[in-house]
Ligand binder design. Structure first.
Ligand code: BG6
Length: 477
């Protein structure tokens, strides 16, 4: 369904995110017929250049990162929507010129694809120059603060010029198709919800494993680490969608209210329930310390933790989270491990194994439900566990294979004015309020992260986190 035509300004338009994600994403939505040709996409950044130069730059990125052919006739049409205004975020240069480009009667969105230190300067100028009005939307990227205090300060800065309903805080995980599917699976089926609680679920495993290291972005990452970079935001969002109560309606505040309740119900993580790791080089490839360039860095590139949710639904069912760089495979999944059947009526075949529902977020998006059946053959009643495996690409054909990138979906939601898949200010603050003590306790301990080999499944210590509870991690593959 096409959106209304709009004026979108991308601050930081010459940066990495704009080139890798935002522009290719917009092109794909244009090609899908969702963006009217009367829309404008205006790049704004410090570089002095004109519309044509920006169009050339954008063309090259869409070809490189969007996998689009130069001869694609839609590409030339799309480039006509683009314009550029050089701007001084901290001064007066360019703001009048930007104002003259913005049309009063269109939807306005302003994408802050810049360092958070500039959020305040840009927000203030958008307001003071009369460029933004009360219907305008602003889009901000992570990192949204580095602790509760800085997140509060950022929220306060933005609130000086924009109301909460105008602020779209991106967590790109919420734009992933399969992440949204979590809500469909839970709330559009009758099968799962009755079992979705501590009575039937033994534990939950959330894994986001990456094969990439931090080379190239070591200076950012080293000040952040896996907890700030992945847990406070992406993992927390996944946990919320799994753990939350059914919202009364698929409505932005109804959904976000439920997520917030989960975050507030998280118990503090005890020191013994968390393992940090740092990947080591293997002679050929550098380790974390080389990639981060600080030979003494104690920043973690891997974290595994046991999380407890103190509420009626989840009391007694732990959630185990792990994420890391330079692991064996790139795989993100959520596994719901159910309890074993209470009693076996089959004598000589062993106890039936617990059911597992695995939701694969990436790659190869899909779902897999492990169930017990009888092993075929005349040899008596022998049980075997088999997967009911559904790959979305197979089940949905071309549509399943061609899933939109998270950014495509989220930018279109901004234009539509739908905040459901964006984080509310209080949600971000609650997430920091939970992670802050974990980070402080670690910094105070002055300990080093456990080393793990690049290409492995993470540090040995993380295995013990599970073993001591008589459980085990699913394999990363
Ligand atoms: C980003 C983190 O937010 O998410 C990166 O800063 C991480 O460190 C990335 O690699 C993972 O995203 P995806 O979509 O590749 O799973």
């Amino acid at each position: 369904i096409p959106v209304e035509d709009f004026d979108l300004v991308i601050f930081g338009a010459t940066g990495d995110l704009a080139h890798r994600k935002i522009l290719p994403g917009l092109f794909r939505r244009f090609e899908a017929g969702q963006i009217p040709e009367t829309s404008q996409i205006i790049g704004a950044a410090r570089t002095e250049q004109d519309d044509d130069a920006f169009r050339k730059e954008a063309e090259a990125s869409i070809i490189e990162f969007g996998g689009v052919k130069k001869s694609n006739p839609n590409l030339a049409k799309f480039l006509q929507l683009l314009g550029y205004v050089p701007i001084d975020a901290k001064g007066d240069g360019g703001w009048e010129a930007l104002k003259s480009r913005i049309r009063d009667d269109k939807v306005h969105a302003f994408y802050f694809s810049v360092a958070p230190a500039l959020f305040g300067d840009i927000a203030e100028r958008l307001a003071n120059y009369g460029i933004a009005d009360e219907d305008s939307r602003i889009v901000v990227e992570k990192p949204f603060g580095r602790d509760l205090a800085t997140a509060k300060a950022l929220n306060a800065t933005l609130a000086q010029h924009f109301a909460e309903h105008q602020i779209y805080r991106i967590d790109h995980y919420l734009g992933k198709e399969t992440v949204q599917n979590l809500m469909a699976v839970r709330f559009a089926n009758v099968l799962f919800e009755p079992l979705w609680n501590a009575q039937y679920v033994d534990h939950v495993q959330i894994t986001v494993a990456e094969t990439v290291g931090v080379a190239g972005r070591g200076s950012y990452y080293d000040k952040s680490g896996a907890i700030r970079d992945m847990v406070q935001n992406h993992m927390m969002q996944l946990l919320c969608l799994i753990a939350m109560e059914p919202p009364y309606h698929f409505d932005p505040n109804a959904v976000r209210d439920e997520k917030l309740k989960v975050i507030r119900a998280l118990e503090p993580v005890e020191n013994g329930d968390i393992v940090r790791g740092q990947y080591q080089g293997d002679g050929k490839n550098g380790g974390y310390l080389e990639d981060a360039e600080d030979p003494d860095s104690r920043t973690e590139s891997y974290v595994a933790m046991k999380v407890r949710i103190s509420n009626w639904r989840w009391q007694g069912t732990p959630f185990y989270l792990r994420t890391g760089k330079k692991l064996r495979a790139r795989t993100s999944e959520i596994a719901i491990i159910f309890k074993e059947p209470p009693h076996s009526i089959f004598d000589d075949t062993g106890h039936p194994k617990a059911n597992e529902l695995v939701i694969r977020l990436q790659p190869n998006e899909g779902m897999n439900l492990k169930v017990m059946i009888k092993e075929p053959g005349p040899g008596g009643m022998r049980l075997v566990q088999v997967p009911l495996d559904m790959s979305f690409a197979d089940a949905l054909g071309a549509e399943g294979a061609d899933m939109p990138d998270a950014y495509e979906r989220l930018i279109m939601d901004v234009i539509r004015g739908n905040q459901t898949l964006f984080m509310r200010g209080d949600e971000v603050e609650a997430a920091w309020a939970w992670t802050d003590p974990i980070i402080t306790a670690w910094e105070d301990s002055k300990r080093r992260p456990e080393p793990y080999d690049a290409g492995s499944s993470g540090p040995e210590e993380a295995l013990r986190l599970m073993h001591r509870d008589n459980r085990r991690w699913r394999e990363i593959r």
